[in-house]
Design a binder for this molecule. Structure first.
Ligand SMILES: [Zn+2]
Length: 146
């Protein structure tokens, strides 16, 4: 499958094409943003590329940039909307193990308020510098060419 295919069973492609309803907030040639139907907090938005991409690896960098800048603008919009919003998280799950449930890339815009109940529960590690440097070298070696 290429990034431009629109699988018939992809709910976000169906929303982009207007075959499924959505409470849309923003749309342009590259991206569409709409309210999550299972919001974690009031005003929880999803920003998706128009072109189907199942994962970050399939998403072209232009679309990735457009998703982020759109989320940035939507964060400002939510803060100014009158909906409860004291802060914002941007969250993207890439891969099932990361919590991705719909395999069309989507960036969550999560309005946050004190006591809203949303939390990540990381177990922070404390690696030494040698391990950090070795990890950095491995990641540098995996950078795709520009
Ligand atoms: Zn799709």
């Amino acid at each position: 499958m290429t990034a431009s295919d629109s699988p018939a069973d992809c709910p976000f492609c169906a929303i982009v094409a207007g075959r499924l309803p959505s409470s849309q907030v923003y749309s342009d040639d590259d991206v569409v943003a709409f309210l999550d139907i299972r919001p974690v907090t009031t005003g929880h938005l999803l920003v998706v590329p128009r072109a189907h991409a199942a994962s970050l690896a399939e998403l072209d960098e232009h679309a990735g940039a457009r998703i982020f800048t759109t989320a940035q603008r939507l964060a400002a919009a939510v803060r100014g909307s009158g909906l409860p919003c004291e802060g914002v998280n941007l969250f993207l799950a890439d891969g099932a193990v990361a919590g991705q449930e719909v395999f069309h890339v989507h960036l969550h815009v999560l309005p946050r308020t004190t006591g809203d109940g949303f939390k990540l529960s990381p177990q922070f590690r404390h690696p030494d510098r040698a391990e950090l440097d070795a990890n950095a070298a491995q990641i540098r070696a995996g950078l795709p060419p520009r």
